[in-house]
Design a protein around this ligand. Structure first.
Ligand code: SAM
Length: 316
């Protein structure tokens, strides 16, 4: 049954009372009634333009696709693809976000948008089926190891063409993590503590149940995708999206068969080379070391800044 404008407004108000205002996704619900406000509100619209263009270019036409949106938040991506005629499944683990997404589905009468309140770590081929496109946006870096590796494998399993991953990356290879006999590098980061205001962005955008997450370096992300069986991985630069908050990559990871080479058959017997990590600058390693941090506070500031200048000259 079609909701009229006053019903949409009433439900929106009720949701804001229960869960706080929308924190991220600005969606048009009816005419000039938006989840946040009319117009472009921030960087998300540019992210949406990038993702829609990537899906069209790599797997379109969109209205023939089955799309999975993992960690769908308030539904900007899931709703856009459903409005374009795709059959969409959106998985979101937080009730507050899920209910807001449900309002968009009802207001826009999106029958082909299926919403699930589930943990993305429970993604299973037998339960969720196969998809042409999987969206894993702003999510991977909220998972801890080994879940991050498990999710890369599960997405590969359920996807018959391309997985789009937009994720924050670690700039330095500071923390090693061994998984299935292979070493990966990145940085362990803290997720918001339990006492964080449950209506805040920090809480509503964060992981579910894991107090820390593992951010892979780019080399380790490429290695992990290779190890999970992806056929090729491509990084997107345009349409542009500039993130002020962190260093991110947007990649298309294909799940097609790996081609055999005819002209050099011996190549088919070789493992893919592992991509090497960038060397972590000494200053970054030193800043991480507890012993050095303790020593540092005992050294007078003048000597510290002189040492830093000399080091800067030598390593320029
Ligand atoms: C930073 S937001 C990104 C949202 C959206 N995909 C985007 O790119 O704008 C991460 C979302 O994933 C959800 N999430 C985090 N961990 C999850 C998990 N294990 N299972 C399901 N959802 C999860 C959060 O509730 C949040 O909505």
């Amino acid at each position: 049954m079609r909701l009229d404008r006053s019903e949409i407004e009433a439900r929106k108000l009720e949701l804001e009372r229960s869960y706080g205002p929308w924190t991220s996704h600005n969606l048009q619900l009816r005419d000039d009634l938006y989840t946040i406000r009319p117009g472009v509100t921030g960087g998300n619209e540019a992210r949406l333009r990038r993702i829609v263009q990537m899906v069209t270019d790599l797997a379109g036409p969109i209205d023939r696709l089955r799309v999975l949106d993992l960690g769908a938040l308030e539904g900007l991506f899931a709703v856009e693809f459903a409005r374009r005629g795709a059959s969409v499944v959106a998985i979101e683990g937080r009730r507050a976000n899920f209910e807001k997404l449900r309002l968009a589905k009802d207001a826009l009468e999106l029958d082909d948008l299926e919403l699930l309140v589930e943990d993305v770590r429970d993604l299973r081929l037998e339960r969720h089926g196969q998809f042409d496109v999987v969206l894993c946006l702003g999510l991977l870096y909220h998972l801890d190891a080994p879940d991050v590796f498990a999710l890369l494998s599960r997405m590969h399993e359920v996807c018959r063409r391309v997985v789009l991953i937009e994720t924050r990356i670690a700039l330095h290879a500071l923390d090693p993590y061994d998984h299935s006999g292979r070493r990966y590098w990145g940085v362990f980061a803290d997720e918001p503590p339990a006492e964080t205001d449950p209506h805040s962005r920090d809480a509503l955008w964060s992981s579910i149940g894991n107090p820390r997450s593992f951010h892979l370096t780019t080399s380790s992300l490429w290695n992990a995708l290779a190890d999970a069986g992806y056929s090729s991985v491509h990084e997107c630069h345009l349409p542009p999206h500039v993130s002020e908050r962190s260093v991110r990559v947007t990649v298309a990871a294909f799940t097609l068969a790996r081609e055999r080479i005819l002209s050099v058959p011996a190549l088919n017997e070789e493992q893919w080379a592992r991509l090497p990590e960038q060397r972590t600058p000494f200053a970054v390693r030193a800043a991480r070391s507890n012993a050095l941090a303790r020593l540092r506070v005992r050294v007078p500031r003048r000597i510290r800044s002189l040492t830093a200048r000399v080091y800067g000259r030598l390593t320029r």
